[in-house]
Design a protein around this ligand. Structure first.
Ligand code: APR
Ligand code: ZN
Length: 252
């Protein structure tokens, strides 16, 4: 059964004119980074309202940074997995124009994807909440080791990792570019997202409304399964390489 679906998905990719991938934390779990909402997700261990909102950053920066110290330690060990490489290969084959990602781990770029839109920011850098000065994320390390709040060397204000927290706006230009690519695409490949968080959760509907076909690669059901042309249920690190293998065979 899954083989037929992979064939069908490969046909859609080969015949697509402008394909876009939309990824979530599920594409990085096989790199050892927990996602948020599945059984072993981060939001099962931590309450997001206590560690991932802008108000908690200001109200209790020590709790906020205890969480981010854990996340940054996990990220240091993480490497791209076959799912990331498969999407980079699809772009190299000219059959994927852009990866819109909710992930802040930078693994798509490390795997070789050239056009990546990070709509939830990134964990490569931190921004000063006072003067806006940017710092590479490793500047936080000595502060976190001493359990101190990282501060700006210019104005002394607290530094914040450059990720979009709940209650924060997404980077406007990046999201507008992501939305424009979903309006323009004739194929959207959604990989490893529960599609619970807006405004990203609207993007598949933007694509569908503009006539795009939809392929879903996810371990669990999502709210857009019923709109999908193909649903590949399982691990992205296994399914995507198989899918790209089929695309290569057809393009040869
Ligand atoms: N292969 C395929 N799917 C997987 C895999 C895998 N190896 N591992 C997990 N999944 C699926 C899970 O079943 C789940 O449906 O990926 C999905 C991940 O969903 P979430 O944990 O909700 O992650 P995401 O959709 O990226 O969350 C969106 O929420 O907390 C915020 O800012 C955070 O960017 C994040 C946003
Ligand atoms: Zn500053």
């Amino acid at each position: 059964m899954i083989e037929e679906k992979i064939q069908r998905a490969a046909e859609l990719i080969v015949s697509s004119r402008y394909a876009v991938a939309l990824t979530g934390a599920g594409v990085s779990t096989e790199s050892g980074l927990p996602d948020f909402r599945s059984q072993e997700g981060l939001w099962r261990q931590y309450d997001p309202s206590e560690v991932a909102t802008l108000s908690t950053f200001y109200r209790d920066p020590h709790k906020f940074y205890a969480f981010y110290r854990h996340r940054l330690a996990l990220l240091r060990e993480a490497k791209p997995n076959p799912a990331h490489y498969a999407l980079a290969r699809l772009e190299a084959l000219g059959k994927l124009h852009v990866v819109v990602t909710q992930n802040v781990d930078g693994l798509h770029q490390q795997a070789g994807s050239q056009r990546v839109l990070e709509v939830h920011g990134n964990l490569r850098e931190a921004r000063c909440t006072g003067c806006g000065k940017m710092f590479p994320i490793h500047v936080l390390d000595p502060f976190l080791e001493r359990a101190e709040i990282p501060t700006c060397d210019s104005c002394g204000s607290a530094l914040k990792p450059n990720v979009v927290l709940f209650e924060e706006l997404l980077p406007v230009e990046v999201f507008e570019e992501a939305e424009a690519s979903c309006r323009r695409c004739d194929l959207l490949l959604v990989v490893g997202s529960s599609l619970q968080v807006t405004p990203v959760a609207y993007l598949p509907h933007v694509a569908i409304r503009h006539g795009a076909r939809l392929i879903l690669v996810n371990a669990e059901e999502t709210p857009v399964d019923k709109f999908a042309d193909v649903v590949l249920r399982g691990k992205a690190g296994v399914l995507l390489p198989r899918l790209v293998e089929e695309v290569e065979r057809r393009l040869a």
